[in-house]
Ligand binder design. Structure first.
Ligand code: GAL
Length: 343
């Protein structure tokens, strides 16, 4: 995506900003292209998620920087890696122009035992705001280089742009936890949804009121379906779900599902993607879906197009998500903006 490079585009955007509701309509999302931040650097926020807070969007993701290499311990499944540097955050009001807020959670290079040591794994960070404690709470997948630790890490901050203070990692419900996301319901309850039982089954755990621990209430869903990259969102009173299969950095077919309660029963609805390469999620893997504030029925699907030989150059794929015939549908678009939803 090239949101901020050309002068005519900027002028158009400025004019649009003067028109209420028209702010972002003149710039475009270009899924799979390099997307520059407002300082002209490629946006680096992978496996990420979105928080909308006090009129601003905050995009958090893995900072994939430096050499991509293949450790002996993950060779069998081509699990290449970059060493952990931390979690980066960007802020925006219009979803197209993103300001780099820096590393809001940093690696801890001087303690080899620390969960955030560069030799570990820190993936799929997601942040929610706790209105009761006024804290920003980040959960993430923490692992050892060989992905055998399979833990959930938590960090906390007073401001959306950090710094986040790392608290601890846990094996929730006494089980493995790898790919993960957060979902905050309208009633303020927050849930962590993650690949458990060695990626065979997805778990949904209710977090405690301060969001810092697992409450002990959980459900096993999609048993034996081997899912990763889980995403949960709410629309029209129902809970919607999108995930991938388990093929490492290689893309596969996405799945979707719906339920009346977060606890299920969940009904699978098949692949939500439509268009060229829809059977491999447009060469991407889901990471988050969020509603655009102030716009009815406007949802954005966020995915990562991983580049396993140069992970830092993995691309961001954002596409409009619509509901058609009771299903979530993600159609391929070379270029698009929020005016898409006007039709
Ligand atoms: C993917 C997973 C990513 C990362 C990768 C490692 O399946 O969704 O977050 O863990 O495997 O190869």
């Amino acid at each position: 995506m090239n949101a901020n490079t050309s002068k005519p585009l900027l002028l158009l955007a400025f004019l649009a900003l003067a028109t209420p509701g028209g702010a972002a309509d003149s710039l475009e999302f270009q899924p799979g292209e390099v997307w520059l931040d407002t300082s002209g650097k490629a946006i680096n926020a992978h496996g990420g998620g979105m928080l909308f807070h006090a009129g601003t969007y905050y995009w958090y993701g893995e900072n994939k920087e430096g050499r991509t290499w293949l450790p002996e311990s993950t060779k069998a499944w081509e699990g290449s890696r970059v060493d952990v540097t931390g979690v980066r955050c960007y802020s925006s009001q219009d979803l197209l122009r993103w300001k780099d807020e820096g590393l809001v959670l940093r690696a801890v290079p001087d303690d080899p035992a620390h969960d955030l040591h560069p030799s570990k794994v820190c993936e799929r960070p997601k942040v929610v705001f706790n209105a009761r404690t006024k804290k920003f709470v980040m959960w993430m997948h923490i692992d050892s280089e060989d992905y055998k630790a399979a833990r959930a890490g938590v960090a906390v901050a007073d401001s959306p742009t950090g710094p986040f203070r790392y608290v601890e990692s846990v094996r929730p419900e006494g089980q493995y936890s790898r790919d993960q996301t957060l979902f905050q319901d309208d009633d303020g309850k927050a849930y962590r949804i993650y690949s458990s039982e060695n990626n065979k089954t997805t778990y949904i755990s209710l977090l405690t009121d301060d969001y810092l621990k697992h409450s002990g209430k959980f459900a096993r869903v999609f048993e034996g379906r081997h899912m990763e990259a889980q995403v949960v969102f709410k629309h029209a009173g129902k809970y919607w779900f999108i995930a991938s299969g388990c093929t490492g950095w290689a893309p596969n077919t996405a799945r979707s599902a719906v339920a009346d309660s977060i606890w299920g029963p969940w009904t699978e609805l098949g692949n939500p993607c439509r268009g060229p390469e829809a059977e491999i999620t447009f060469r991407g893997q889901s990471t988050f879906v969020f509603p655009v504030a102030g716009r009815k029925d406007t949802f954005i699907f966020m995915a990562d197009r991983w580049n396993k030989t140069n992970l830092a150059d993995s691309r961001h794929l954002w596409l409009p998500l619509q509901f058609k015939d009771g299903r979530p549908v993600v159609e391929w678009r070379e270029k698009w903006n929020l005016s898409f939803f006007a039709h």
